[in-house]
Design a protein around this ligand. Structure first.
Ligand SMILES: Cc1cc2nc3c(=O)[nH]c(=O)nc-3n(C[C@H](O)[C@H](O)[C@H](O)COP(=O)(O)OP(=O)(O)OC[C@H]3O[C@@H](n4cnc5c(N)ncnc54)[C@H](O)[C@@H]3O)c2cc1C
Length: 378
């Protein structure tokens, strides 16, 4: 049985902002035996369409889902696990944790030092720009969420400052194809966790700077700068009401550009060497332009910034898990989804078994592997 504390597709219903569309194209909206069947494989689903898609899968597979059933504690027993829910107790031999990788926004501890006059929001609170108080907005984080929100808020007519740390730059399209089409075709997304040299690092990489729009537009820091967004470095501390930003933007940009170009080289190699396709002349993108002299501090008491949106990532939550399988950073100890306790599994975490593991279409291969293991352990 599948236990869900809310409704099917809850995260897409409750935890996303109004304008969000998937950043994965429709062709990659796939679940086992079920896929997008419309006439726009390169388009991007709205949240309502995503909810319909997931609910459609549950319906088509007659998945035994018990909604409004919140798991409040899981304890190990001699026979397996005892699961306490708001709707009673369940005993099971095997348990798969599929409670998501993004249950709560991550906000740095120094947020407590932000002056009370500045309104702080996370992506879970943010719905649209109208909700923000008048005045300047500081968006912290320049991965998928941060760049999308900075773009939307700037286009609503507000002054936006964007604090940029480590990021992964990708063009929306490359040589006429969606960049995520290339990730799949060139087998980058299928790379297995046990073949990745720096697995911990791969698992903690930020999401790529991508947005899903009907125009299939690229969104990057150059485009945001042209829109008037002020780029500053990583938000590192608050001292006496002043936000402090790290230097080193030039290096951050150079690194992200370098990694993007390496990935594009991989795509070209795949096309040419593995498939004998003449890809034609080199296609590369303008380097990220560092600001002339980025501000290193910003007085948060001056009134210039009225709100802060923390786009600093998400984390899973395991408060209900009373089995000693978390490391000192609160992460599950697992080997490709096989958790460090008998017949306990997890699915849906970043690079769980493959680079694509945390995306919707990553579930199919991972689920098959995990179910194989589970079936052998019974
Ligand atoms: C802002 C954002 C944008 C994203 N965009 C994309 C995208 O474009 N394409 C893509 O492929 N992926 C995207 N992702 C990743 C996306 O989260 C995953 O692809 C997908 O949602 C993972 O599904 P899941 O079922 O593992 O987790 P979730 O969708 O998080 O589902 C977990 C479910 O578990 C339930 N739950 C949690 N705790 C309990 C409990 N104690 N008891 C009972 N139920 C519980 C929750 O209510 C929830 O319904 C995005 C993620 C975020 C945060």
């Amino acid at each position: 049985m599948v236990l869900e504390r809310d409704e099917i597709a809850s995260s897409w219903r409750r935890e996303r902002w109004d304008s969000l569309r998937l950043l994965t194209p429709n062709s990659q909206s796939r679940l086992p035996g079920y896929h997008y069947e419309g006439d726009d494989p390169d388009g991007f689903m709205t949240m309502a369409e995503t909810v319909d898609f997931i609910a459609g899968f549950a319906n088509a597979t007659s998945a035994p889902v018990r909604t409004q059933t919140e798991v409040q504690s899981v304890k190990q027993t001699d026979a397996g696990y005892r699961v306490l829910t708001n709707a009673g107790e369940i005993a099971c031999r095997s348990l798969v944790i599929a409670s998501g990788a993004c249950n709560a926004p991550v906000v740095p501890a120094f947020h407590e030092a932000i002056p009370a006059s500045v309104e702080c929001l996370t992506p879970f609170d943010y719905a649209n720009p109208d909700q923000l108080p008048d005045g300047g907005v500081l968006v912290v984080g320049a991965s998928a969420t941060g760049i999308q929100l900075a773009d939307e808020i700037a286009r609503s007519g507000r002054r936006v400052t964007l604090s940029v740390g480590e990021h992964v730059r990708l063009p929306r399209t490359y040589r006429g194809r969606d960049v995520l089409w290339w990730m799949e075709a060139a087998n980058v997304w299928n790379e297995r966790y046990d073949e990745i040299e720096e697995l911990d690092r791969a698992r903690s990489l930020p999401s790529p700077q991508l947005i899903g729009t009907p125009e299939r537009a690229t969104l990057n820091l150059n485009i945001l700068s042209d829109l008037g967004v002020e780029i500053v470095g990583r938000f590192s501390a608050v001292r006496d009401g002043t936000a402090l930003f790290s230097g080193g933007l030039r290096n951050q940009f150079a690194l992200a550009d370098l990694k993007m170009n390496r990935l594009l080289d991989t795509f070209d190699e795949w096309a040419q060497t593995a498939n004998g396709i003449d890809v034609g002349p080199v296609e590369r993108f303008e380097s990220t332009r560092p600001p002339e002299s980025p501000r290193l501090s910003l007085d948060l008491t001056s009134g210039e910034i009225q709100s802060i949106v923390w786009a600093t990532g998400f984390r899973p939550e395991y408060r209900w898990l009373d089995v000693p399988v978390l490391d000192r950073k609160g992460r599950l100890r697992h080997d490709g989804g096989v958790v460090d306790a008998p017949r306990l599994y997890v699915i849906g975490l970043p690079v769980l078994r493959r680079r694509k593991s945390t995306f919707i279409h990553g579930a199919e291969d991972d689920a098959r592997d995990i179910v194989d293991h589970l079936a052998r352990s019974i």
